[in-house]
Design a protein around this ligand. Structure first.
Ligand SMILES: CC(C)(COP(=O)(O)OP(=O)(O)OC[C@H]1O[C@@H](n2cnc3c(N)ncnc32)[C@H](O)[C@@H]1OP(=O)(O)O)[C@@H](O)C(=O)NCCC(=O)NCCS
Length: 348
């Protein structure tokens, strides 16, 4: 194992922040409903026509700059999104083009909210195989495309008409949770990997039986004339309560198993950097692991759930605040649509 580490990071969120009260103008919801159930206070949204690769670009540029390297040093891109610019091709290549990285391989992976542990696993494997040494890992989403409300009313501070309000309300359970943004990290083998620094191990799991807990029924090629589908099937369908239960049961289990495999005591972990889907989920996970809540920082209040982007955004904020220090032990964890879930241990 090359013991990869993070040598640079960056993030970007598009446009202004929209509060829970803003959303309450365009559908039947409220700050009183959203905040206690999720921890979310506001979120950002992509502009019309702003694909996810465009949101990812400033995040990637900041990561490259903070690593003190140039784009030309990047020899592989791993891109995670559940809202690609196009159904095909993937968005990693589009980001590579924006960065001027013609010829650099770009791999899209589809792990949604479990992106980060999977991405570290893939990056580590590419390094072990001698395929790449400086890997740009980017998680980004533009969920705005599936938001069900009247955008003009939302942007102009107006109240939407009755029909638009009714339609948006049908999809409110999902719509209030997500926000847009991108987080990027640059990975390289740790110079002190022989002394146990860098990535220690990853453990990832998939349960396709539960793919219907969060999915978009339309847009795939299960049917002839795949474009002829009812509009409701194009909007994500989510079984919120079931997902909640899966997360609070499976995340502590995968963290414990990973720690046991590598002889790491939970108490020795300095930071639990968890996917930001819901503060209540993460509260239950750390409680179940018996770790102090202050070791699991949260930024969901400001961004909502940015899916693949949450952990790299969190990493970037902590790095820029000087909170991540050489020698600290990090545990990354996340569960998302698929279902996919996993954890990773890293010594800085
Ligand atoms: C979605 C979630 C916040 C809902 O919380 P919950 O505690 O299950 O919801 P409750 O049972 O308290 O509330 C459900 C009620 O609120 C209503 N409701 C749903 N969304 C609402 C909204 N945005 N505003 C107001 N009311 C809403 C429902 O219609 C339902 O009303 P009813 O009881 O009259 O039918 C929670 O289940 C969750 O976070 N799940 C995980 C989702 C997730 O992580 N997704 C990411 C994918 S990896």
């Amino acid at each position: 194992m090359p013991g990869l580490t993070i040598i640079g990071s960056g993030h970007h969120v598009p446009g202004p922040a929209y509060t829970n009260d803003d959303l309450a103008r365009v559908m039947d919801t409220s700050d009183e409903w959203i905040r206690p159930r999720s921890g979310i206070a506001e979120r950002h949204f992509a502009e019309e026509g702003q694909g996810v690769s465009k949101i990812a670009l400033p995040a990637a540029q900041r990561a490259i700059e903070s690593a003190g390297i140039t784009p030309r040093d990047v020899d592989y891109i791993i891109f995670g999104t559940m809202t690609p610019d196009f159904i095909l091709p993937g968005s990693g290549g589009l980001l590579g083009a924006e960065l001027g990285l013609e010829g650099v391989p770009a791999l899209d992976i589809r792990q949604q909210c479990a992106f980060f542990p999977f991405a570290l696993q893939v990056a580590d494997s590419l390094m072990t195989a001698g395929v790449a040494e400086t890997i740009l890992v980017v998680g980004a989403n533009a969920h705005a495309g599936f938001m069900p409300w009247d955008w003009k009313a939302l942007r102009e501070g107006a109240v939407s008409d009755e029909e638009a309000y009714r339609f948006a309300t049908q999809h409110r359970q999902t719509a209030v949770l997500f926000g847009d943004g991108a987080g990027a990290v640059l990975c390289r083998p740790h110079p002190r990997r022989a002394e146990g620094h860098g990535l220690i191990g990853t453990l990832t799991r998939t349960d396709g039986v539960r793919h219907d807990h969060f999915f978009i029924p339309a847009g795939g090629f299960t049917h002839y004339r795949y474009w002829e589908v009812p509009v409701d099937e194009r909007i994500p369908s989510m079984r919120g309560r079931e997902l909640f239960k899966c997360a609070v049961q499976r995340l502590p289990a995968v963290v414990r198993e990973l720690c046991e495999r590598h002889g790491v005591a939970l108490d020795d972990i300095d930071w639990f950097l968890a996917h930001q889907a819901n503060d209540r989920i993460n509260g239950a996970v750390v409680q179940s692991l018996g770790v102090p809540p202050e070791k699991a920082p949260s930024n969901i209040a400001r961004f909502g759930n940015t899916s693949d982007a949450t952990i790299p955004i969190l990493v970037d904020e902590l790095r820029r605040d000087g909170k991540l220090k050489e020698g600290q032990l990090l545990c990354f964890l996340g569960l998302g649509a698929g279902l996919h879930w996993g954890a990773a241990l890293m010594r800085l």
